[in-house]
Structures are given as structure tokens and as C-alpha cells.
Ligand binder design. Structure first.
Ligand code: ZN
Length: 362
């Protein structure tokens, strides 16, 4: 029996988004969601046990229509050009679309939100933070990430037991009609919808990122055909996404019971984190297919979270989810410590693949 080589779906276009800096609590900070992440992961996966597959730009993206409000996709696709055509070069001398104004329900008080003419105001119709900026190459990278997720799901639908999508920018904070948290379009939901369109009646999504995937949760909150389970640092301790991601959010309507949030205290290490992962693995085991939102920012060295998970912990998480036996797509989410990022992703995937035997079809 030879080892299963995990297909790694990636695209050079995912490097085109350059966050440069974020506006965070009123100051500019250097963005951590950089294209160097792609190269750190590729370097770690360029060897035995993995098979790099470059993804071409797709002709159409049917899963996007199911996941997102077309107005969001339209905005993301045109915002950089609107900014370039506006007076911003003279006014502020920078080419990133940054919202300054947010028409929240507190402002509109029940009135409909009309599209704003000025793009710096219109951005607040979709953006929910000031960190997630749009530059000239952003939309190309966002679409490339979507294409990687869809291609990985297509491979799994055709019989591959496990495929990994090297998505960048990440996606799990993108809601049906909103972007934020360094995410623009929801790659994990695109993978889930691609699996569903190919025949999976129920899909389980397990989110291992240090932060709750509020976007994915929102997309599926009232649906029974897709379960969303997440283990993450407690938003009640002051962490993103702050106002959602609590244990009592369990779904609504037809989706009642199909959402599961397992928030953990700051400083949580492998043992308690893996208990939560095992819990979620059992919870999705009777689905037809699995999507793993593979954020590795729960790792101890990561600058973006206070969780203390090790590479061995991620390897064991892979083993636990691989043991479900479900055909699985792993989608890259967060993970920002460049010296350890690639090794953490490799640890998870090799743990997951260890349970996968090369079958007759491969
Ligand atoms: Zn994260």
C-alpha cells in the first residue's frame, strides 16, 4: 500500500492581493495576511505525501451564486476601479478601498440602505471592519481562492478521499452579503456547495481556525443540509468576531441544531482543544462529505490568537477528522506565523491522510 498523495490545489494568482497595511483601532498596522503565506505553505507541501496541482481561472462559478448576494460580488469586482477613477489619488494618495462610514441598523433605523455614490461610503454597505481593504489585485486573488476551493471539491466529488485548497485570502469571515476579517468571499462554503451540487445531500463543515467563522455560520444558520461546527477562542474574552460565535447559537428554523460553537478560554492547549475537535468529528460523522476550514492560527506561535495548540495537536486533529471516513476538502483559512505556518498545514494534512488508503480509483 503506497501513501496517499494529497492533491494541493493552488494558484499563483492568490499572490495578487496585497493588504499592505490595515487600519486597526485608528492606526495603520502592517497586514499579516500576506502573499508570503502562500509560498510558506507551498514550500512545506512540495514533497512526498503531496501533489501540487495548479488551478486555472474558472469559466463560471455556480457555487458563488448560492453562497453570496450578487451585490457583494459586484462590489468586490468593481471597487478598485471605482477608487482608481475617483479623486482619491489627489485626495489621499493611496489606492486601497477603505470604508470610513458604516450604514448599520443603528444609523438607518429601518430605512433601506441605498447604494452610496461615493465608493468610500459605499464600501461600508458590505465591509464590516476597516482592516479588510481592496487593492488593485485583490479581486483576482479572491476569485483564484474560490477556484481552488471549487477545484478541490470537484476532485473529491470525483472520488479523491481528501484534497486541500490553498485558498488565500481566506474566506470563513465572509457572510452572504458582507466582507471582513481579511476575508472577501467564502471559500469553505463554495467547497460545500460544490460537493452538494455533485450529490452530497448533507455536508459537515468543521472550522479549526482560532476565530469563529461567522461568515460560514451566517450562510448556513437556517439550513439543515449543511452543519457548521467550530472550535475557537471565546469571543466573550474579547476576540474576533466579538459579537457572535457563542455556544448558545445553535441555528434557526430548519437549521435549528445544525450549528455548534465550542468556544475555549485563552491559553487552551492540545488536550482540551482536541476534545472539542473529537466532539465535532463525531457530530458530523453521519454527513455525506466534510469540509475542514483549516485555520492554523490556534497554534502557540501565532500572533493572532492566544490558543496554544502544537503541530502534534494539528496532526491529531487531522487523524480525528480523517477517521470519520468522509470524503473531505480541507480549505486554508488563517495562520500567520510564517516560520511555522507550512509545517502546521503539513502536520494536519498528513494526520488526515494517514487514515486514507490508496483505493482502486486513485
Ligand atoms: Zn483566524
Amino acid at each position: 500500500m503506497s501513501q496517499y498523495a494529497v492533491p494541493v490545489l493552488w494558484s499563483p494568482d492568490t499572490r495578487l492581493h496585497d493588504p499592505r497595511h490595515e487600519v486597526w483601532v485608528g492606526v495603520q498596522t502592517i497586514g499579516t495576511e500576506t502573499s508570503a503565506r502562500v509560498d510558506a505553505i507551498l514550500e512545506a507541501l512540495d514533497g512526498p505525501g503531496f501533489r501540487l496541482v495548479e488551478v486555472a481561472s474558472a469559466d463560471d462559478r455556480p457555487a458563488l451564486d448560492t453562497v453570496h448576494d450578487p451585490a457583494l460580488v459586484e462590489f468586490l469586482g468593481t471597487a478598485a476601479d471605482r477608487w482608481a477613477a475617483g479623486p482619491y489619488e489627489d485626495l489621499v494618495g493611496q489606492d486601497r478601498v477603505v470604508p470610513y462610514y458604516f450604514p448599520t441598523p443603528a444609523m438607518t433605523a429601518g430605512l433601506p440602505v441605498r447604494p452610496a455614490v461615493a465608493v468610500h461610503a459605499d464600501a461600508g454597505r458590505f465591509a464590516y471592519d476597516t482592516m479588510t481593504q481592496i487593492g488593485p489585485g485583490t479581486f483576482s486573488a479572491v476569485l483564484a481562492a474560490v477556484d481552488c476551493a471549487a477545484a478541490a471539491a470537484a476532485l473529491v466529488s470525483e472520488g479523491a478521499p481528501l484534497a486541500y485548497a490553498l485558498c488565500r485570502p481566506p474566506g470563513h469571515h465572509a457572510t452572504p452579503a458582507g466582507f471582513g476579517g481579511s476575508c472577501y468571499l467564502n471559500n469553505a462554503a463554495v467547497a460545500a456547495e460544490t460537493l452538494r451540487a455533485a450529490g452530497a445531500a448533507t455536508v459537515g463543515i468543521v472550522d479549526l481556525d482560532a476565530h469563529q467563522g461567522n461568515g460560514t455560520a451566517a450562510i448556513y444558520y437556517d439550513r439543515a443540509d449543511t452543519r457548521y461546527g467550530s472550535v475557537h477562542v471565546d469571543p466573550g474574552a474579547g476576540w474576533f468576531p466579538h459579537v457572535v460565535g457563542y455556544a448558545d447559537e445553535t441555528g434557526a428554523g430548519a437549521g435549528e441544531g445544525a450549528t455548534r460553537n465550542l468556544p475555549l478560554p485563552e491559553g487552551t492547549g492540545d488536550d482540551r482543544w482536541l476534545e472539542a475537535v473529537a466532539d465535532l468529528a463525531g457530530w458530523v460523522a453521519d454527513c455525506d462529505a466534510l469540509v475542514v476550514s483549516l485555520g492554523v492560527d490556534a497554534a502557540a506561535d501565532d500572533p493572532e490568537s492566544p490558543l496554544q495548540v502544537t503541530a502534534d495537536g494539528y496532526r491529531e486533529a487531522g487523524r480525528l477528522l480523517g477517521a470519520t471516513g468522509l470524503p473531505a476538502v480541507a480549505v486554508q483559512e488563517g495562520g500567520y506565523h510564517l516560520p511555522t505556518l507550512g509545517g502546521l498545514v503539513a502536520a494536519y494534512l498528513s494526520g488526515h491522510a494517514a487514515g486514507v488508503r490508496r483505493s482502486g480509483g486513485e
